[in-house]
Design a protein around this ligand. Structure first.
Ligand SMILES: [Zn+2]
Length: 316
């Protein structure tokens, strides 16, 4: 039964679609089966009548079709009843053309906004408005991670003053304060010893090693800081950021021309993973800059923190 497909035969929707094809093919198959049944029925009766001997109670002058109907009256009655039922059901469920047009027209109007206007339309299409899709696979930047080496910690005392003040006391204190400041900014900090085992293939956003210059009095110019960047990974931007921020925070002079081989070929540069920018900074001289480093280190810590934050802004 194909009453449900009736709307697709409407001449305004002549383009083929899935339901129409199914409907047509169903009809074709049924007609073939029906024709086959009729042909079998007729052949059966022809065979019977042609084999019947003369003198039958059915007179020979009776038309052939009446003979057949009379002989198969029960089958004929069944077919009449069945076809009447089918026709009744067909007309009962068949929607009137006006409502079909209203339904298909409304869907077509909506669908044309989103689909090809020339495409075949059918009421089974439910138009879905386009929705912006959030990019879920967007690459997020890796978490920020900074390594801080407290110079000489875990190994030796470093520079030592006559009164017993050591470089490692200063560097340990500075790293602790610097780590606190940076962690407050949400940055992961690794506080590392001078020869920390973690330095082997260490990978981070950047690595800074903090040292202090000699406690011996050289002359009145022995004040200020020095920076040496890793020769293995481009660390120039990191060095520039720290240098500028440190000058701004401390007003200490920068000594670019007194980098020692020990700084230029710093052991950690060779140990860490390629791709981790690194620098070593001598934050001041323990003799002339002592008070600033020991008693008033806030500017020093802020200068180093600002330099690191500057670099993180650059690479972000
Ligand atoms: Zn040192």
């Amino acid at each position: 039964m194909h009453v449900a497909y009736r709307p697709f035969y409407d001449e305004t929707h002549t383009a083929p679609n899935g339901l129409l094809l199914i409907s047509l093919s169903n009809n074709a198959i049924e007609w073939v089966l029906f024709a086959n049944c009729v042909w079998c029925f007729v052949r059966y009766n022809i065979d019977i009548m042609t084999s019947r001997p003369s003198g039958s109670r059915i007179k020979n002058e009776t038309p052939f079709i009446l003979k057949v109907l009379r002989r198969n009256v029960s089958i004929v009655a069944f077919l009449v009843v069945a076809m009447s039922g089918m026709i009744a059901v067909y007309w009962y469920f068949n929607p009137n053309p006006a409502s079909v047009e209203a339904v298909t027209g409304a869907v077509a109007a909506e669908s044309r906004d989103f689909f090809d206007p020339d495409a075949p339309l059918a009421p089974i299409l439910k138009p879905v408005k386009p929705v912006p899709v959030t990019q879920r696979t967007q690459q997020s930047p890796p978490p920020l991670r900074i390594g801080l080496i407290a110079g000489h910690r875990g190994n030796d005392s470093g520079t030592e003053c006559e009164d017993g003040l050591t470089e490692v006391e200063i560097t340990s204190d500075l790293v602790e304060k610097l780590a606190t400041v940076l962690r407050e900014s949400g940055i992961r900090i690794d506080s590392l010893d001078e020869f920390d085992p973690r330095l082997n293939n260490y990978f981070a956003t950047a690595l800074m090693s903090i040292h202090v210059d000699s406690c011996d009095y050289v002359n009145d110019l022995a004040t200020g800081f020095k920076i040496s960047g890793s020769p293995y990974t481009d660390s120039s931007q990191f060095s520039i950021c720290v240098q500028q921020a440190y000058v701004e925070a401390t007003n200490l002079p920068y000594h670019p021309n007194s980098i020692t081989p020990h700084m230029a070929d710093y052991h950690a540069f060779r140990e860490i993973s390629p791709g981790t920018p690194a620098l070593i900074i001598e934050v001041g001289f323990l003799h002339l800059d002592r008070d600033r480093l020991v008693n008033d280190s806030e500017d020093v810590v802020n200068g180093l923190a600002d330099g690191i934050l500057c670099y993180l802004e650059e690479v972000r």
